[in-house]
Design a protein around this ligand. Structure first.
Ligand SMILES: [Zn+2]
Length: 274
């Protein structure tokens, strides 16, 4: 332990002392997994198939967006998604209704200036406060995401984790659902690093977390054929290969992407070890 005395601060000249805890290894700082077992109680101890390789599709958080390499249906994470969905719905409301409405009112007020004095600045303050709320909610979503991946990782006993490596995508010029999905996407690098840190503390089987290619959603997890069906809706994946075991079966696109990701991860790990 180290005590660090800072220079006197403020009118009263208080000296602030920092206590710095240090250790040669991470051991003393590893979290106990009490919070993971508390999730067990909350979600009635759901069972997941055990797997060494687990991958994810975070493009559009929702049920079934984590998958293991041997499982075409993905993992049902619906019970965890309730809070997630609630927050996402609130963000959508701010984004689509509340903010545009406030901005419109603000602009109208600005041009005819017929409102009460101070009206305009109150609107500005309201808009700022909504932006602050949005920021807090997004942060909470990010933490939930990492926590849930850790939890599912422990349930499956996985050693290797895939992190869908979408980066450098902007919403510029993209309209509609994809833009919303991209906007709600967590900051990959920061979250990946947080996941890695937590995983080392919480998951005894954990070995590594690797980025997997983001271009997995048009590849079929069952046959590996890559094709796009122009009639498929955004959240669905349908394989058009007549020889495939999931031929024309409507499946969740994100679950499929995670499944493909898990298989890619398995190959990557095999290559690393040769
Ligand atoms: Zn197929």
């Amino acid at each position: 332990m180290q005590l660090r005395f800072n220079i006197p601060q403020g009118a009263t000249g208080k000296i602030v002392v920092d206590i710095v805890l240090t250790a040669p290894t991470r051991e003393p700082f590893t979290h106990n997994s009490g919070f993971l077992s508390s999730l067990d109680t909350r979600f009635k101890s759901p069972s997941f198939p055990s797997a060494d390789y687990l991958s994810s599709d975070f493009n559009r958080p929702g049920k079934y967006y984590l998958a293991v390499a041997t499982n075409e249906e993905g993992l049902n994470i619906t019970p965890f998604m309730e809070r997630f969905e609630r927050i996402a719905a609130r963000l959508r409301k701010y984004h689509k209704k509340t903010l545009p409405l406030l901005q419109r009112k603000n602009e109208n007020n600005w041009t005819n200036l017929s409102g009460k004095p101070g009206y305009h600045s109150r609107r500005e303050a309201e808009i700022r406060s909504i932006h602050a709320k949005k920021k807090r909610l997004k942060k909470e979503l990010d933490f939930l995401l990492v926590m849930m991946y850790i939890y599912v990782g422990r349930k499956t006993g996985a050693s290797y984790f895939g992190w869908d490596g979408v980066s450098g995508i902007t919403t510029r010029g993209k309209k509609g659902r994809l833009a919303v999905a991209v906007t709600n996407m967590p900051k990959k690098k920061v979250l990946h690093d947080l996941f890695d840190e937590w995983a080392r503390d919480y998951l005894s089987a954990y070995k590594m977390c690797l980025p997997v290619s983001p271009f997995t959603s048009s590849t079929c997890g069952a046959c590996g054929r890559r094709m796009k069906d122009p009639d498929t809706v955004y959240d669905e994946h349908v394989c058009l290969n007549p020889d495939c075991k999931v031929y024309k079966k409507r499946r969740c696109r994100h679950s499929n992407a995670a499944w493909v990701g898990a298989q890619m991860l398995e190959r990557m790990v095999a290559q690393l070890s040769t």
